[in-house]
Design a protein around this ligand. Structure first.
Ligand SMILES: [Zn+2]
Ligand SMILES: [Zn+2]
Length: 126
């Protein structure tokens, strides 16, 4: 007879999500909260799963969940552009596009001023 876990008294939402659960993501616009499965990511605790989730969420709903603000890399000259959830790939994309096309790319960080990356602006490597 195993009926533990089915009793719903005593287990409210409080203090429930910190321990063995994965990271949680909430979205104010959807008025929802999700717990991510920690086993999804084996690299970086949390961030990878959140990133996946956020990208997915954006694909379905057109917005990112709370606390997730993308880096936006957008070309000034052509309709090319991408959104990234971390700086490094955003910069890499901007630099690559600038180098290949010689277009200046505007890079908008989640907070702060946008910057423009243009070809030859930055020496890569050492
Ligand atoms: Zn949402
Ligand atoms: Zn371009």
């Amino acid at each position: 007879m195993t009926d533990d876990g089915f009793s719903d008294d005593g287990f409210s939402d409080d203090g429930f999500s910190n321990d063995r659960e994965g990271p949680t993501v909430s979205c104010e616009r959807c008025d929802r909260e999700w717990t991510l499965d920690r086993e999804v990511d084996d690299l970086d605790p949390g961030s990878h799963a959140i990133e996946q989730f956020a990208l997915d969420h954006e694909r379905h709903t057109g917005h990112y969940p709370d606390g997730v603000t993308p880096w936006v890399a957008r070309c000034d000259r052509c309709p090319d552009g991408e959104r990234f959830l971390s700086e490094r790939p955003a910069r890499r994309w901007a630099r690559t596009h600038a180098r290949h096309t010689r277009h200046p790319v505007r890079l908008e960080p989640p907070r702060g001023d946008p910057e423009v990356v243009s070809a030859g602006d930055e020496e890569d490597g050492s």
